[in-house]
Design a protein around this ligand. Sequence first.
Ligand code: SAM
Ligand code: SF4
Length: 459
Amino acid sequence: MKLIKTDHAYRVHIETFGCQMNEYDTELVRSLLTSRGFLFTEDREAADVILMNTCAVREHAHNRVYGHLADLKTIKRQRHLVVGVLGCMAQNLKEELAESEPIVDVLVGPDAYRRLPDLLADAIEAQEQGTARKGIAVDLSEYETYDDILPERTEGVNAWIAIMRGCDNFCTFCVVPYTRGRERSRDPHGILREAEHLASRGHKQVTLLGQNVNSYRFEDWDFARLIIAVAEVPGIERVRFTSPHPKDFPPALLEAVAGHPKVCKHIHLPLQAGNDRILDLMGRTYTRKEYLALVDDIRGRIPDIALTTDIICGFCSETDEEFRDTYRLVQDVGYHAAFIFKYSERKNTIAARKFPDDVPEAVKSDRVARLVELQRATSLTKNQAMVGRTVSVLVEGDAKKSSDQWMGKADNHIAVIWSKAGSRARVGDLVPIAVTHASVTALFGNEQPSGSSIDAGAD
Ligand code: SAM
Ligand code: SF4
């Protein structure tokens, strides 16, 4: 193990791209580096080391990373600077980044973060000696879950807990199984210790994370048992989870969501497409009919549930008629919100190897625009249906547009905004808000005295 010189603590600036799992990994990296004497800085100009924790899932995040690398070239010409690329792009584009990006000194994939402190120490030493050394660690592991590392978190109401890593589903469009490796679940006792630690630090909400979070299994623990155990941790007021796969919703899990007051009544249920031929080409393992039956089952057991989804438009060979099946399904289900993406071919995936990316860009964009328009109208209707109700809101902080207003989330994950005037609320409190009006993305209302009764029902 290399020791970091104590006469000068090296300052690291880290930028995170992509999903919540990457945010969690950044917290792990902070913890690993802090324990080896590195300091962190928000100021890029003051940093000795700049790290980018990257995402390879869609083209957009990928392009942003290349944009940032171009900026760093200028800084690196002027002074000593070690540049590291971490995460999914490091894993998936190792050759490309190692060969064609001379400014990258360190490349570390999602299963190799333990090696990062040594690789950075080597790169810093080499640079101070006027030489260059590239440190690369991109081995995928069948076992690494970082179970013994307590992530270093920034303050906030919510904290992420990764309960599993990797994914075995190999949806044909998706790069995750190649960048994050095989699926492995963490020991539940480590997860519960982490939840207890979070509660003792004042976090009121935990969000359990996994690429396929509901296929969690460790010995005789399944996801339903785990989510209830986390909800029982004293001090934790709300438990959320993301992203589940529609194939793993046994009745016990739906009962856990329905029956435990601390498990939030919100399920993100990625659809991807509403046409059977496309679902089959995507390797999603369910049909339109099975997905709709699951939606009915969920709503039958949990009438106040809010459903959200992910959809990909313009997957290989998708026709207009097939897209219309997706459109109709989105219309029929009536999601509270949806993340709608253009298909982007990802290197190494099954689709990239087998199916031509043949839907023209303009057609993809048009389909995205049509679905976004539909979804905005549905979200507005769903939100307007909440007007007149009193909802319980977990206070997160100032509203984005004004520090005279609070912003928090209702149990069903919808943002709620209200005036601070006369408010007794503090960050982390659960407060009753009577909803007076609604927009596409938020509810607005008035704070009620604590103890006011809460109306059930998101719809
Ligand atoms: N595990 C989750 C599931 O089963 O749906 C999703 C995780 S994925 C990292 C997040 C979302 O990115 C997916 O639901 C999908 O809609 C989108 N996505 C993944 N690969 C994509 C691609 N090649 N092009 C466009 N969107 C993609
Ligand atoms: Fe990707 Fe499919 Fe795994 Fe989700 S379930 S991470 S979409 S391979």
